[in-house]
Design a protein around this ligand. Structure first.
Ligand code: GAL
Length: 642
């Protein structure tokens, strides 16, 4: 496998099949002239590679790769499995994913396949093998992308017949005797006991809620299907190429375990659409949306940068970067001038090796005709092009990616996403929102944040680690907490269940060094927070704690909320922004970290021996906000020696 890149690079997503062949050399030359290194192609081109079953037409792709490579570009070749052509349905009428209501999802867009369908997997293995054999050693193909955005458009979970058959096999492997499953799920309740695996159905269309343990196992299974689907492709590619294998994950897609998929890949990448995300997948109010409508949320992209650094075990890219308005959010504003440059630099400041813009030229047809590219539909430059060229010039004499100091970390666990989806207990309890509230507070305090997988064994080097909303303890994490030298924040809800989603014998948090027992929990209406003595409040989720330990935060009625013992803290409620920032700041200070109080629009990151400061606002931030900093323009940043 290739060595990690120390030089940062730019690229773009390109669809040669959308344009006349005479245009390819013109585009390629202009990409090179812009300073781009990478060009990703091919990921939706199956109907042109194989217009009818077995009729293979790779000649155009040979020429496209040659033209791009001859211009000095490196190709990322995508496997086309996210867009099975229409004829595939004639061969495999039951390959479609099925929604929760039992309706097959139709042909006419993309990602319509069910991950569990054997016939479709074989078709994928076939086309990937053909591509790998043909291009695995091609000198211009310098990286591969598997499929496109697993899980996007709500496509991880399918209630198909294929999924049901595969789920039964998966369960039988996991539990062995059927009575083991009955006991683990608690199926004596409501006479839900099964006599054989063949009795078990998928947990949809039940009269009232299905057993949450059944749901959780189905979500785990659905995640495993993505992992094994991807592995079919990586096993084939590895046999034919030494180029790095990458997948492009999508923002806030949480229904499969990205750490598990990432284990079979060399580099993680994700698709960053800051303005689209702000409109359609961040829990903020309209005033915040308005305020950041042309810049994007100050923390959402950074969270994913930090997440994918972990998923890629240090190696990660942005595979698609919004360069102008997108088409798919409820509202699609244009970025503030400078943001296409700013977003790229923000990624580099989090350790990205490469940033690729989506897409080269705006398509005049079909679903994304209103989605900007670096070129307009007529082929002339769009505003993003100059900004991309500016980044390319800046990269020429920028320092290497370098390392980042460890400061704070958050444990992020996909099984906890699924568990609290199966059993929210309060309508607004979502694991992502809870984790992101911690992340935002850590960023407001000016700290570098690492995201850690749930099997982390060791917290060495971190001053502060948060473990919010963890479904169940595992031995690694217990060892990491036991050995931690920094402050560890545990809770709310952490360790409150078994891995099968039942209440454990020892009530939570079941952490011996913390003399705390959660005796009861309640969830709160959004308009009924519980005020804290120190200011701020508990919202959404409140735990009644039995403890003799030192109380660090209490409600105005004197009920304990945050408990401290040594370097451990137990947090028995969902703290609002005010209380969360206080907890993060006191904990970080206790751990000896330098704490800042950043305004909403300013964020900072230490990377490669430099301190970056980003202004996500619409106004210049004046000198003096920071020692040694002159003005930071809107959509601008500074890089100082750390
Ligand atoms: C991504 C996807 C691209 C394109 C883009 C538009 O989710 O991977 O193919 O659809 O969104 O913003």
């Amino acid at each position: 496998m290739a060595e990690p890149a120390d030089r940062r690079t730019l690229g773009v997503c390109y669809y040669p099949e959308h344009w006349p062949e005479e245009r390819w050399p013109v585009d390629a030359a202009q990409m090179a002239e812009t300073g781009l290194t990478w060009v990703r192609i091919g990921e939706f081109a199956w109907s042109r590679l194989e217009p009818t079953p077995g009729d293979l037409r790779f000649d155009w792709l040979d020429r496209a790769i040659e033209v791009l490579g001859a211009a000095g570009l490196k190709v990322i070749l995508g496997t086309p499995t996210a867009t099975p052509p229409r004829w595939m349905l004639d061969k495999h009428p039951d390959m479609l994913a099925v929604d929760k209501e039992g309706r097959a999802r139709k042909f006419g867009s993309r990602r319509h396949y069910c991950f569990s369908h054997h016939g479709y997997r074989e078709e994928c293995a076939r086309i990937v093998t053909l591509l790998a054999e043909r291009y695995g050693a091609n000198p211009h193909v310098a990286a591969w992308q598997t499929d496109n955005e697993y899980g996007c458009h709500d496509t991880t979970v399918s209630y198909s017949d294929a999924a049901r058959a595969a789920f039964r096999t998966w369960l039988a492997r996991r539990y062995g005797q059927i009575d083991t499953l009955n006991a683990a799920w608690g199926n004596i309740f409501w006479s839900m006991e099964y006599r054989t695996y063949a009795d078990i159905d998928l947990p949809n269309l039940t009269v009232t809620e299905p057993n949450p343990s059944h749901v959780l196992d189905f979500l785990r299974f659905s995640s495993d299907q993505v992992v094994s689907f991807n592995k079919v492709q990586t096993d084939i590619l590895r046999a034919h190429t030494d180029a790095p294998l990458i997948h492009n994950y999508m923002g806030r897609v949480l229904d499969f375990d990205h750490f598990a998929v990432g284990a079979d890949l060399d580099i993680a990448s994700w698709d960053s659409y800051p303005l689209g995300f702000l409109e359609d997948r961040i829990d903020v109010d309209d005033a915040w949306r308005r305020r950041f409508m042309r810049q994007g949320d100050p923390d959402f992209q950074a969270f994913h940068h930090d997440l994918y650094r972990a998923v890629g075990r240090g190696r990660w890219w942005v595979m698609e970067q919004q360069p102008g308005p997108v088409n798919w959010a409820p509202y699609n504003p244009a970025p503030q001038p400078g943001m296409a440059r700013f977003w790229a630099w923000e990624a580099f400041a989090h350790g990205a090796e490469a940033v690729c813009y989506f897409r080269w030229r705006q398509a005049p047809f079909a679903q994304e005709q209103m989605h900007a590219g670096l070129l307009r539909p007529d082929g002339e430059p769009a505003p993003g092009l100059d900004e991309a060229a500016a980044v390319a010039r800046e990269l020429a004499d920028a320092p290497a990616v370098g390392d980042a100091p460890k400061q704070a970390a958050i444990v992020f666990d996909y099984a906890s996403v699924w568990a609290w989806t199966a059993q929210p207990q309060g309508a607004d309890f979502t694991y992502f929102r809870l984790v992101f509230a911690h992340y935002r507070a850590l960023r407001r305090a000016g700290l570098n944040v690492d995201i850690l997988p749930p099997d982390t064994r060791d917290f060495t080097g971190y001053g502060l680690v948060a473990i919010p909303g963890l479904l169940a303890w595992n031995e690694s994490l217990r060892a990491a907490v036991a050995g931690a030298e920094g402050v560890v924040l545990i809770g709310p809800r952490s360790g409150s269940k078994t891995a099968q989603l039942s209440i454990p014998d020892a009530l939570p948090p079941d952490m011996q060094r913390l003399g705390v027992t959660v005796e009861r929990v309640e969830t709160l209406r959004p308009d009924a927070p519980i005020a804290l003595q120190g200011g701020g409040a508990v919202t959404s989720w409140f735990e009644h704690l039995d403890t003799d330990e030192q109380v660090q935060e209490a409600t105005v009625d004197g009920l304990p909320v945050v408990i401290a013992r040594g370097n451990l803290r137990y947090v028995g409620g969902w703290l609002d922004d005010v209380a969360m920032s206080r907890l993060i700041e006191t904990s970080a200070s206790a751990a000896g970290l330098d704490v800042l109080h950043l305004p909403d629009e300013l964020r900072t990151r230490l990377q490669g021996g430099a301190r970056y400061i980003f202004n996500h606002g619409t106004e210049t931030v004046r000198a003096g906000t920071w020692p040694g900093v002159q003005d930071i323009p809107a959509a601008g940043f500074v890089r100082l020696p750390a």
